[in-house]
Ligand binder design. Structure first.
Ligand code: ADP
Ligand code: MN
Ligand code: MN
Ligand code: MN
Length: 337
């Protein structure tokens, strides 16, 4: 028997962007616990905008568990929030995702690392040199001092946790970075993304650094932050075809406002038609077109309109649960004939 430190993590009820919350419970296990072994728990929803004071208990239902190597016998437990009767809480966006084991998602999370409200590597006043050398750059001028150390430590913590990172890169703006996470099943990549965000925010505490998730933290000629969503279903990968693809894009056009509504706040500041984006009120798609709403990889066309697509509109502050949920809802309107 060992005492395990279980960090139960959930999303609060703040709008338009939920915050990560967590607290620890200590339990005895013979070895690292499986999801089935983890008990339900509860919290005071009146402190998280999820309940009134008179009846404040909300339930935490574990949905994914990851080793936490920052702690002896540590586990990170991602949870859904339920009402006392066991039904999903209104804030529980995960519960709205259609179950589809054949759906695959890859999210590309961009973010800024900030100290004293300024991106790492920015001078105390004014601006560094213009964008150009920073994307995938190397050297002190390109990436500054502690940024790479944080990014590397975050990568290792995530890999130790079993989170399926696919890569990292320095981004176009100074102090801006990206990591990519891929998962099979309609909820897996989104679960992993929230836990990876949690690990990054917690890691940065000791460096006196904040993660800036907002999609346009620096005004002017500086890139905003997106969270491109790459997606495919079993039908898209195995059957696909041009006719199906065109019907699918018709549905994405039809529901463009519903998509933008869950693709993160303040997206009009980022989706301007500049900086590798399409403007927020337009929908288009194009092969290898980084100025399109949806980019079609060359491989998709070359293999007969089969494979995955990249929705470039979701922003860095978007809830991956809501994004996955909306995409699968739109896909479901198109008959896979
Ligand atoms: P770029 O920066 O060129 O847009 P990245 O390499 O950063 O591309 O991200 C590509 C993403 O696509 C990765 O997160 C990867 O996991 C994801 N991906 C690859 N194949 C599929 C697939 N079949 N279904 C869903 N996502 C996929
Ligand atoms: Mn990328
Ligand atoms: Mn990027
Ligand atoms: Mn991309």
């Amino acid at each position: 028997m060992a005492k395990y430190k279980l960090e139960y993590i959930w999303l609060d009820g703040y709008e338009p962007v939920p915050n990560l919350r967590s607290k620890t419970t200590i339990k005895d296990f013979d070895s690292f616990p499986t999801l089935e072994q983890l008990p339900m728990w509860n919290f005071d929803g009146s402190s998280t905008q999820q309940a009134e004071g008179g009846s404040s208990d909300c339930l935490l239902k574990p949905v994914a568990v990851f080793p936490d190597t920052t702690r002896k016998n540590g586990a990170l437990v991602m949870c859904e929030v339920l009402m006392p009767d066991g039904s999903p809480h209104a804030s529980n966006s995960r519960a709205t995702i259609l179950d589809d084991p054949g759906a695959w998602f890859g999210f590309e999370q961009e973010y800024f690392l900030m100290h004293n409200k300024r991106p790492l590597g920015f001078p105390d006043e004014g601006y560094p040199g213009p964008q150009g050398p920073y994307y995938t750059g190397v050297g002190y001028n390109q990436v500054g001092d502690i940024a790479r150390q944080i990014v590397e430590e975050h990568l290792d913590l995530c890999l130790d946790a079993g989170i399926n990172h696919e890569g990292i890169n320095a981004e176009v703006a100074k102090g801006q970075w990206e990591f990519q996470i891929f998962g099979k099943g309609s909820k897996s990549a989104a679960d992993q993304m929230w836990v990876a965000r949690y690990i990054l925010a917690r890691l940065c505490e000791k460096y006196d650094v904040d993660v800036e998730w907002h999609c346009k933290p620096i005004k002017g000629d500086w890139n905003g932050s997106g969270m491109h969503c790459n997606f495919s279903t079993a039908f898209m990968r195995d059957t696909g075809g041009k006719e199906y693809f065109e019907k699918l894009m018709g549905a994405f056009d039809k529901y463009k406002n519903e998509h933008i509504a869950v693709y993160g706040p303040d997206n009009h500041l980022r989706l301007t038609g500049l900086h590798e984006t399409q403007s927020i009120d337009k929908f288009n798609y194009g092969v290898a077109n980084r100025g399109a709403s949806i980019r079609i990889p060359h491989s998709f066309v070359n293999s007969g309109y089969k494979g995955y697509l990249e929705d470039r509109r979701p922003n860095s502050q978007g809830d991956p649960y809501k994004i996955a949920s909306r995409i699968l809802q739109t896909v479901a309107t198109v008959p896979a004939a």
